[in-house]
Design a protein around this ligand. Structure first.
Ligand code: AHR
Length: 687
């Protein structure tokens, strides 16, 4: 047996080398370095941001105050009301806190708080502990803002002429009651006015509260009480949490799909996500409940999504409902369609979105984008129409109306249709049938399946008809036992990603789902990145996504494995026999050892990148044959992720498995032993 060229001393901890090899003699993995290979879509790897698991409010959106505009309702969570997460603070005085709606700040923002101070004492006010406590860093700046008006108090207006302005103190207060930052204001007017200040806490605190304290007898109306770290991602106002945004940016996503998920088509027709509601000053945005059982402040709206995409170099991919709501709507109605009479207006809404994103500054919607601070077009190229919809006549009629209209006006945009919630079955087949009949440019496929399913489906796209719609794998994740984010699941996804690279000419985009989940507020597992108020906990699945993002290619190079398992294509294990109607797949082969691979070339650097995934309990012995090289460098960079498949990262601890980087001496033929449960990435300059 040839001596392994790379000795895995770095992985001694999991003792996998002591396991027997799967094959006594190595199989040959040949890469044709001269093959032109299929082009891989530059957009292949992206992210899917879904407002689920407190991904927006309490997550990526950096707002630190919860329920800032007194909009929470019992329909979102039975114990909630307009004053949820607010408390009356009484420091030796007497007063009350209630919610009113007689003089709203804006019709879209109907509720506000009224603080009545009857006896001042040391102050009477209201306080908010944010999302599980407000985290503050000593010396950092925090931008406080709120709207206030003098409020009718008792039988008469507070008499400004006699009693003077109403003093109001804003404080950041530590858990032990220490005031760690303070600013004072005077409320003089009976009209709403915005107040702001920068607060700099004197010490760090994990669980602070924001307190607004009335210091004179009188009534004060308060709304849109907001506190942001100044240090948002790229310093954007109304911006994003820097650490979470950076974790997403580090994936180097080429696109970002948003804002959902089920959230998009919504819980009943009245709950569809309507992009226009998310524009403009935050206090004027129309908020609504999130079908995942919480609230959408819409502070993270379309402007913020598009700006984030631009900041991280990702193409924006907004998804709009196809005129129907979610078939699983809790309204009891199931799927319902907008009345046909409303479809023209709805279609116009989608056309307006395209104009808002791409139109010139003198177009009606382009002007709104420019007024918001972005005169240059955002360069929108993709729009999703519908998502995981049940493919019914109601859906079909509305999808066709929408698709026909937007495609006719915007042939330059790629519109993406849906194939229902599952990777096969009735909706899947019907969704694809529509795609063929309507010549939909791209179809969104979703699969949440076991790691084994991913291994069994490595050949899924090998025989997709290249003349039909392209594929966007919009949501996928390998669901391991207890839905843990294990190395086993991450490697199954890695294996699947090699099959997408190999089929980059038909699969144009792919995104893991869901992306974010706040600990303690999670409705769906597994997720790619967990977090709490101050920390970010990437999973091993995240590590795989990052490695693929860092090692993407523009062309695939022919790579074959010999001996080849029966039924396999280009050396890959054969697929399971599931395919969209009209697509043909070869029959499933007998179980082959779990080994997946792909080779790509990165145009910018000229680098060759070979990825090998071993999903077996034992090492697999290979002879790497680098064919038709004009010249080979002396060595390659070898990145190895390997370990016990049951391992999963634990919050706050070092990753259980980390990629190890070493150097591998190159030769036209070299033995390589792929460790059990491993992803190997070999990168070298090649011609
Ligand atoms: O990603 C979680 C959910 O799974 C999404 O909202 C939905 O599209 C899918 O069913």
């Amino acid at each position: 047996m040839p001596r392994p060229a790379f000795h895995l001393s770095v992985c001694a901890s999991f003792l996998l080398l002591s396991l027997p090899l799967l094959h006594a003699s190595p199989r040959v993995l040949s890469v044709d370095l001269a093959s032109p290979g299929k082009a891989i879509s530059p957009q292949l790897l992206g992210v899917f941001f879904e407002d689920l698991n407190y991904a927006a409010d309490g997550g990526l959106y950096a707002e630190l105050v919860q329920n800032r505009s007194f909009a929470y309702q019992a329909t979102e969570q039975p114990s909630w009301n307009n004053l949820s997460f607010w408390e009356l603070v009484n420091q030796g005085g007497k007063g009350s806190l209630k919610v009113e709606s007689a003089f709203p700040l804006h019709p879209n923002n109907p509720h506000y708080a009224v603080l009545s101070v009857e006896t001042v004492g040391e102050g009477v006010g209201l306080s908010n502990g944010g999302f599980d406590g407000i985290p503050l860093k000593a010396g950092d700046s925090y931008e406080l803002s709120f709207f206030a008006r003098e409020q009718h108090f008792g039988h008469r207006w507070n008499d400004v002429g006699k009693s003077g302005p109403l003093p109001l103190l804003a404080r950041l207060v530590a858990r032990d009651g220490t005031v760690i930052a303070e600013s004072s204001f005077e409320i003089r007017e009976r009209e709403w006015r915005r107040f702001s200040a920068t607060l700099t806490p004197a010490r760090s605190e994990q669980g602070a509260r924001l307190v607004l304290l009335g210091k004179a007898r009188g009534g004060i109306g308060l709304d849109e009480i907001s506190l942001f770290p100044k240090n948002t991602f790229r310093g954007r106002p109304n911006g994003l949490r820097a650490d979470l945004a950076q974790a997403i940016a580090d994936l180097k996503p080429r696109f970002m799909r948003f804002p959902g998920g089920c959230l998009v088509h919504g819980n009943g027709l009245g709950n569809m996500y309507r992009w226009k509601d998310t524009l403009g000053p935050i206090e004027q945005r129309r908020q609504q409940s999130n079908l995942w059982g919480y609230h959408q402040s819409m502070g993270l709206g379309y402007y913020e999504y598009f700006q984030f995409c631009e900041d991280i170099g990702a193409a924006p991919l907004p998804v709009v409902a196809a005129g129907v709501c979610c078939q699983n709507s809790g309204t009891g109605l199931g799927q319902a369609g907008l009345p046909l009479a409303e479809m023209p207006a709805y279609i116009q809404e989608v056309l307006d979105l395209i104009e808002w994103a791409n139109g010139p500054v003198d177009s009606p919607w382009g002007a709104k984008r420019a007024a918001a601070g972005h005169p240059a077009p955002f360069g929108l190229k993709y729009v999703g129409l519908g998502k995981e919809d049940q493919i019914t006549p109601v859906f079909r009629e509305r999808f066709k109306l929408l698709h026909d209209a937007v495609r006719a006006k915007h042939p330059e945009i790629t519109f993406i249709g849906t194939s229902g919630p599952f990777p096969d079955g009735e909706d899947f087949d019907k969704g694809w049938a529509i795609a063929r009949e309507e010549r939909v440019a791209m179809v969104d496929e979703h699969y949440y399946k076991s790691p084994q399913w991913f291994w069994d489906n490595l050949g899924r796209y090998d025989s997709y008809d290249r003349s039909q719609s392209k594929v966007y794998v919009g949501e996928y994740a390998a669901h391991d036992d207890k839905r843990r984010s294990t190395l086993r699941s991450a490697l199954a996804e890695a294996a699947f990603l090699t099959s997408l690279e190999r089929n980059g000419d038909v699969v144009h985009m792919a995104s893991y789902a869901p992306l974010l989940a706040r600990r303690g507020h999670t409705q769906w597992t597994p997720d790619l990145i967990y977090f709490n108020a101050t920390e970010v906990y990437p999973t091993l699945n995240y590590t795989v996504q990052r490695l693929f993002g860092e090692n993407r290619g523009d062309h695939q190079l022919h790579t074959r494995l010999e001996p080849t398992p029966a039924g396999a294509l280009d050396g890959q294990p054969a697929p399971a026999a599931s395919s969209p109607a009209g697509q043909s797949l070869p029959p499933a082969a007998a179980a082959a050892p779990k080994l997946a691979f792909s080779t790509v070339r990165e145009a910018l650097t000229g680098d060759i990148i070979l990825k090998v995934v071993n999903g077996e309990n034992a090492p697999q012995s290979l002879l790497l044959r680098l064919e038709n090289a004009k010249a080979l460098p002396g060595s390659a960079t070898l990145t190895l992720l390997a370990g016990d498949p049951d391992l999963a990262n634990e919050d706050g601890k070092s990753p259980v498995v980390e990629p190890r980087v070493s150097t591998l001496k190159l030769a036209p033929e070299l033995p390589y032993e792929a460790p059990a449960h491993s992803l190997t990435i070999l990168r070298f300059k090649g011609r």
